[in-house]
Design a protein around this ligand. Structure first.
Ligand SMILES: [Zn+2]
Length: 483
C-alpha cells in the first residue's frame, strides 16, 4: 500500500489504491461491493444495493445548491481481469500489483482496472468530501459492465431522480462521448447438405489456412478496411470454378469472438485427386489478388494450402453451398451516420465461423446507433439464413444511445471545459456500447455525457492510467458540479 501517496488528488488516488487492493474482475464483486457499502456507512452516505449487484449512493445538495437540478455520476465496479500468459496469477484471489512509471500507473503482469476503478474513486471522493460544492448527487456504481452490462440492464431507473448523468467510463481526456451503438449477437445455423455426404469419401483431403491479418475490435475498428478471414475464405473457395464443383467441406474454424474481426480461418475439404492441381491454382491466383488489395491494411495476409492427414468426414457440406452462403453474408459497414461526421452508424462482423454438430454456424456482432436499423439488419440475416434452410438465435441485445441534437448538460460541460482548458473538447459518438444506452432506453429524458482521464490499452496487461490527466479531469468535474 501507499504506492500512490505522492499522486494528486490524494483523496482520489487513496481510494483508487484501496480499490486496486481488492480483486474485482467481473462476477467476482462481493468484496468490492462490501468495500463500497462500508465506505458509504463510514461517510454517512445513504445507499441502495439492488439484486443485480448495483449500488446507488445519494448525497443531498450542499448549501446554496438546494434548488438546483440534481446530477447523477456513474461508473462500473468490475474490471477486465487479464494476466500475462504463463504468469500463473490467479486474479480471482490476487489483486493487481500496481506501480508508477513517470506519469503512468500500471500493474505488474496484469490489467490495472483503471477502467473503471478511477471512475468509482472520483465519485466516492466527491461523496466523501465536506468542501466540494454540488447539487443533489446520485452515484450509480454498476456491476458486470464488461461482460454484457448486466448491472445497467437490470437497474431500476425509477430509483434515479436526477436527469443529468455524467458517465465516468471514457478513456480520453478532452473527448466527450455523447452517443453510442446498440448491438446484438446473431447466430446463423446452416444444415449440412445430404447430397454432399454421398460424395464425401473422396481421394484427397486439403486444408486451406488464411492467417496474418490484423483483426481488431468489431466496433471501434470496423471502418479501417481490414480483412475478415472468414469472409475472405468465401472469396478463395468461390474462385475455384469447375475444379471445386465436387469438393466437400468437412471442417471450418474462423475467429474466436463475435466482437473481434477474425485474423485467421481454416477449412478442411476433400475433392477428387484429378481436380487438385486446377483447384490449388485457382486458390493461389485469387490469394494473390486479395494480397494486393490488402497491401496497405493487412500486409501480413497469408494463404497456406496443405494435404491433410485428417480424413474424418465430420460435417459434409458441398463447397458450392458453403461458398454461396459465405459470399451472401453482409459484413462490415452497412451505413454511416448522416448526423455525426465519420461515425459508423450500422455495421456487423462475422466474428466466428465453425462447425457445431452437423451444422455450420456463423456468429455475428451487429451494431447500430439507430435501434430500428439494428433490428432491420438482424431481420436481413434471418431471411438470408432461412433461404439456406437454416435457423437463427438472437442474444445479448443492448440498446444504443442516439446523439441528442439538444443537450443542456453537454453545452454546460463544453463551456466549463473551454473556460478551464482554453479550447473546446472533441464531442463524439462511438460505434461501441456504453451503459448510457441502457439508462436512456429506460429513462429517455436523461441528458448524458461520458468523460474520463487518459488511459492506454485497457482490457490488457499493458493498461496504463495517467496521473496528471486524472488530476485535471477531477478538477474539471468539480467545476462542472459547482457550475
Ligand atoms: Zn469500462
Amino acid at each position: 500500500m501507499n504506492i500512490l501517496n505522492s499522486c494528486k488528488p490524494e483523496n482520489v488516488f487513496g481510494i483508487f489504491e484501496e480499490i486496486c487492493s481488492i480483486p474485482h474482475g467481473s462476477y467476482n464483486l462481493d468484496e468490492i461491493r462490501a468495500y463500497i457499502i462500508d465506505f458509504a456507512e463510514r461517510a454517512g452516505i445513504e445507499y441502495t444495493a439492488d439484486a443485480y449487484g448495483n449500488i446507488i449512493l445519494r448525497k443531498p445538495a450542499t448549501e446554496g445548491y438546494e434548488d438546483k437540478p440534481g446530477i447523477v455520476l456513474q461508473a462500473h465496479m468490475d474490471m477486465v481481469a487479464v494476466c500475462e500468459d504463463g504468469s500463473g496469477i490467479d486474479m480471482k484471489t490476487t489483486p493487481p500489483e500496481i506501480f508508477t512509471e513517470g506519469d503512468m500507473i500500471g500493474a505488474r503482469g496484469t490489467s490495472l482496472g483503471g477502467d473503471d476503478g478511477i471512475g468509482v474513486a472520483m465519485a466516492l471522493a466527491i461523496l466523501d468530501s465536506v468542501v466540494i460544492s454540488h447539487p443533489a448527487l446520485e452515484v450509480i456504481i454498476t456491476a458486470n459492465e464488461e461482460t454484457g452490462m448486466e448491472g445497467a440492464k437490470g437497474l431500476d431507473m425509477s430509483l434515479i431522480k436526477g436527469r443529468q448523468l455524467i458517465n465516468l467510463d471514457s478513456e480520453d481526456e478532452g473527448i466527450f462521448t455523447v452517443g453510442c451503438a446498440g448491438g446484438a449477437r446473431v447466430k446463423c445455423y446452416i444444415p449440412a447438405d445430404s447430397e454432399a455426404a454421398v460424395t464425401s469419401s473422396q481421394d484427397t483431403f486439403l486444408e486451406i489456412r488464411i492467417s496474418g491479418l490484423k483483426g481488431g475490435h468489431s466496433g471501434t475498428e470496423i471502418h479501417l478496411g481490414r480483412g475478415n478471414a472468414s469472409k475472405l475464405m468465401g472469396r478463395l473457395t468461390g474462385s475455384t470454378s469447375v475444379h471445386g464443383r465436387s469438393a466437400v467441406i468437412h471442417d471450418v474454424k474462423g475467429g474466436n469472438a463475435d466482437n473481434a474481426i477474425p485474423a485467421d480461418c481454416m477449412v478442411r475439404l476433400s475433392l477428387p485427386s484429378s481436380d487438385i492441381e486446377g483447384f490449388i491454382g485457382c486458390i493461389k491466383k485469387e490469394a494473390a489478388v486479395i494480397k494486393s488489395e490488402l497491401s496497405k491494411t493487412d500486409p501480413g495476409f497469408t494463404v497456406n494450402i496443405s494435404v491433410s492427414g485428417n480424413t474424418d468426414p465430420g460435417l459434409c457440406m458441398s463447397l458450392m453451398n458453403f461458398t454461396s452462403f459465405i459470399n451472401s453474408l453482409p459484413n462490415g459497414i452497412i451505413a454511416m451516420s448522416g448526423e455525426v461526421e465519420g461515425l459508423v452508424e450500422t455495421s456487423l462482423n462475422l466474428g466466428i465461423l465453425k462447425i457445431e454438430g452437423d451444422r455450420l454456424v456463423a456468429e455475428f456482432a451487429v451494431r447500430s446507433s439507430v435501434d430500428s436499423e439494428k433490428d432491420a439488419l438482424i431481420k436481413r440475416l434471418q431471411s438470408l439464413t432461412e433461404g439456406f434452410g437454416g435457423t437463427n438465435t438472437v442474444t445479448g441485445v443492448y440498446p444504443g444511445w442516439k446523439y441528442a441534437p439538444e443537450s443542456p448538460l453537454r453545452d454546460r460541460m463544453v463551456r466549463v471545459f473551454r473556460d478551464m482548458y482554453g479550447h473546446d473538447p472533441k464531442v463524439e459518438a462511438i460505434h461501441a456500447g456504453l451503459e448510457c444506452g441502457w439508462f436512456m432506453s429506460k429513462a429517455p429524458d436523461i441528458d448524458a455525457v461520458s468523460i474520463g482521464p487518459d488511459m492506454q490499452s485497457v482490457h490488457s496487461t499493458s493498461e496504463r492510467l495517467s496521473v496528471s490527466s486524472t488530476e485535471r479531469v477531477y478538477e474539471y468535474l468539480l467545476k462542472v458540479l459547482a457550475d
